[in-house]
Design a protein around this ligand. Structure first.
Ligand SMILES: NC(=O)c1ccc[n+]([C@@H]2O[C@H](COP(=O)([O-])OP(=O)(O)OC[C@H]3O[C@@H](n4cnc5c(N)ncnc54)[C@H](OP(=O)(O)O)[C@@H]3O)[C@@H](O)[C@H]2O)c1
Length: 312
């Protein structure tokens, strides 16, 4: 496993992070708590020290239990939503209350990164005006080490919220949607992260479009219809078949993770799975050889201008 300094923090993080949410939520739905906690333990065995969870994933307790006694070896990132179910902003007290609940579920007295979860561009100003000061007080108390924010990539496929965030220096961690179908963060987000030394966690490297052939066909069909992809450049029925011509590529998923990890500006690539076998494969992909320049150029030619899909 490769480790690196996370942005300007003093966190030393594994380049591969375990995503404890997404559609798989550690396999909690199908495999229950024991399967989910075995995924966390397997991640530790593979050398992963970075765990991303959230109140709404329902996996904080599992992470806390599985990492018991190993807290100082791990970096934990968790999140609070900013809206309630009725679509009203949470009060600052509720945001701090959410932190307290996370600490209790995670069985810890501090989180390494506390994120505002899935913030839309139009919600950002309210969040900064109302939540920043109370959260900085929690930082001063030692309950939060660093503050982060995550975009709602399913809607905000052009990274408008993160572009606004990067105009100022507020957060130590940004969670960014990035994959070979929509690599727009390469132009809009990563250069400023490098310049300002802000840590990045990558989500949506694979998601559904890159792990399910039917989703892939549908997504690429949509991109052709939007005139974002030239249909003469790929096979509409099997759009990423050409990835298999690259020596060493085992699957679309394998290539998709490898695509993300070597990108300048990327610190941690999160992988979300409910399967130990998949986790081992994904760590092998993310710690293995880089994709060739020829393949990266071909992908850039086909998908380099895409901004309208998340790959979900
Ligand atoms: N706005 C936000 O804050 C936000 C939004 C989304 C995600 N996140 C975070 O980002 C993390 C990563 O996102 P993600 O969970 O969507 O992860 P991802 O790594 O992009 O994709 C995970 C999907 O790919 C499948 N998969 C993984 N490895 C596979 C393999 N080797 N072969 C075949 N299929 C494979 C998984 O299914 P299997 O279970 O079958 O492996 C799962 O459906 C989340 O867990 C969460 O922590 C944050």
């Amino acid at each position: 496993m490769e480790f690196k300094r996370f942005g300007s923090t003093d966190l030393e993080v594994s380049r591969v992070g375990l995503g404890c949410g997404g559609h798989s939520r550690l396999g909690l739905v199908n495999g229950g708590v024991s399967q989910a906690s075995s995924i966390v333990s397997h991640a530790m065995d593979l050398g992963i020290n970075f765990f991303d969870t959230a109140r709404i994933y329902g996996t904080e307790e599992i992470v806390g239990e599985a990492l018991k006694g190993k807290r100082s070896e791990c970096v934990i990132s968790t999140k609070t939503l900013v809206m309630d179910r009725q679509g009203s902003f949470l009060s600052p007290d509720k945001i701090v209350g959410s932190l307290e609940k996370s600490l209790s579920r995670l069985r810890t007295d501090y989180v390494d990164i506390f994120n505002l979860h899935g913030v839309r561009p139009e919600e950002l100003d309210f969040c900064l005006e109302n939540y920043l000061e109370p959260l900085l007080r929690e930082v001063a108390k030692g309950k939060i080490r660093y503050l982060g924010i995550t975009e709602l990539f399913g809607e905000d496929t052009r990274h408008e919220m993160l572009e606004k965030v990067l105009e100022r220096e507020i957060f130590d961690s940004l969670m960014v949607g990035f994959n070979l179908l929509n690599p727009s963060a390469r132009k809009k987000v990563f250069p400023l992260c490098v310049e300002k030394n802000v840590g990045t966690q990558i989500m949506f490297s694979v998601r559904r479009a890159l792990s399910n052939p039917e989703h892939l066909k549908k997504t690429v069909g949509q991109l052709i219809e939007n005139n974002e992809v030239d249909e003469t450049m790929l096979d509409k029925d099997n759009p990423l078949q050409f990835l298999m011509d690259e020596p060493g590529v085992r699957s679309v998923v394998d290539a998709a993770y490898r695509f993300c990890i070597r990108e300048p500006g990327v610190d941690v690539v999160l992988t979300g799975t409910g399967s130990k076998e998949h986790l081992s494969e994904n760590v092998r992909a993310l710690t293995g050889p880089v994709l060739s320049d020829d393949l990266l150029q071909r992908l850039e030619k086909i998908f380099g201008g895409v901004t309208t899909v998340s790959g979900d």
